[in-house]
Design a protein around this ligand. Structure first.
Ligand SMILES: CC(C)(COP(=O)(O)OP(=O)(O)OC[C@H]1O[C@@H](n2cnc3c(N)ncnc32)[C@H](O)[C@@H]1OP(=O)(O)O)[C@@H](O)C(=O)NCCC(=O)NCCS
Length: 336
């Protein structure tokens, strides 16, 4: 996108590509202000500089850099219609200028530009996420033509993950749920089988999607997820990071799929980034995924991101899952 001049409330701004050399200092400052980005920004900023799928932008005015946004272009090869997926992420408006309409203007300008860059509109999906509690961002989505498309649940809560990190006890003990694992869930946890071929992953994704558990997560936030889930195992980065994919079968049919990302490549990065992405359609299966993950040596602590097959109501029926709490993430889609 060429630099765009915008006049907002009588002030001149320019929306232009982020340049790590020139803008890193100001952008870091922008990110360091709020708690959620302090967690993942250190991980993302170097990626924004080097990963060609990202298109990061800043909004600059007479008072310096006032906002940041990144576009991530993906080809959704998990989807037979071969749609383009574009994620809009890491939207940040500087604290001292929030509430003046900049976030809204930034989002609508970015969406207009994404649409203009993809004339084959029927093949384009524009997605973004935010946490349920983020009312200003949800309002910005509402004002710029987005609708909430799905909810993902991040389990366990921050407090519980820290409890695991700070404890030498086995994970389930540190989480306080070791004695809540029923024998049948324990047996189920041993039945997760590793998958090695993208075609098998793709077939399971399609099956789960057809039964209502659309799998959006592998395309979000991770370094390599961007290539899309069906190629998950083939990419060099995935190999270096020790990623693996696991499936659970009920009768003849898939009942769950787990993408395991045990570690990030940069040892200096200390974010809570041992993630297990789960597409699961039952509470027992979800519990078995927790027990399975806790049994893996490469996951000294972990967070499971349950995709939208699992709901807060389902979590509430499990004493083991509900004890640790979960955090809803809303997936938004631009529909206008
Ligand atoms: C979310 C964010 C980008 C919005 O930017 P902004 O420039 O303040 O957005 P706007 O001024 O265009 O609009 C904000 C809207 O939220 C509303 N709002 C602000 N605080 C609110 C609150 N506590 N509850 C409900 N609505 C609220 C404003 O009133 C405004 O709506 P309105 O135009 O109908 O009055 C900005 O607050 C931000 O950077 N937050 C921290 C980072 C973040 O959360 N990013 C999103 C991660 S997905």
């Amino acid at each position: 996108m060429a630099p765009l001049n915008l006049v907002l409330k009588g002030t001149d701004f320019v929306l232009r590509s982020y340049s790590p050399a020139a803008d890193l200092y100001q952008v870091r400052k922008l990110f360091s202000k709020d708690t959620c980005s302090r967690e993942y920004a250190p991980d993302l900023l170097p990626q924004y500089a080097t990963d060609v799928r990202f298109k990061p932008y800043i909004l600059e005015g007479p008072m310096g850099v006032v906002a940041f946004v990144a576009i991530r272009n993906l080809s959704a090869d998990t989807d037979t219609s071969n749609k383009r997926l574009v994620f809009v992420e890491a939207v940040r408006v500087r604290e001292d200028v929030r509430g003046a309409g900049l976030g809204t203007e930034l989002m609508s300008t970015v969406v207009d530009n994404v649409r203009a860059a993809h004339p084959e509109k029927q093949h384009l999906r524009i997605l973004a996420t935010t946490v349920f509690q983020n009312e200003p961002m949800r309002r910005v989505f509402q004002k710029t033509g987005w609708t909430s498309a799905a909810t993902m649940l991040l389990w366990p809560s921050d407090k519980k993950v820290l409890q695991v990190i700070n404890s030498t006890a086995p994970t389930l003990e540190a989480l306080g749920v070791a004695n809540m694992v029923s024998p049948d869930v324990f047996v189920l946890s041993k039945q997760w089988k590793e998958i090695r071929t993208p075609s098998e992953i793709l077939a399971i994704i399609h099956y789960l999607r057809d039964s209502g558990s659309e799998y959006l997560r592998p395309d979000l936030f991770t370094v390599e997820g961007a290539i899309a889930s069906s190629r998950f195992l083939c990419h060099e980065l995935a190999k270096q990071e020790g990623r693996s994919v696991w499936r659970l079968t009920r009768g003849e049919n898939p009942a769950g799929l787990l993408f395991v990302r045990p570690r990030v490549l940069d040892p200096a990065v200390t974010t809570l980034d041992c993630t297990v992405s789960a597409c699961i359609d039952g509470v027992h299966e979800a519990e078995s995924a927790v027990v399975f993950a806790a049994s893996r040596e490469e996951l000294p602590y972990f967070r499971i991101i349950f995709d939208n097959g699992m709901t807060p109501d389902m979590i509430a029926t499990s004493p083991m899952l509900s004890l640790c709490g979960c955090f809803p993430f809303l997936v938004y889609e631009c529909t206008q």
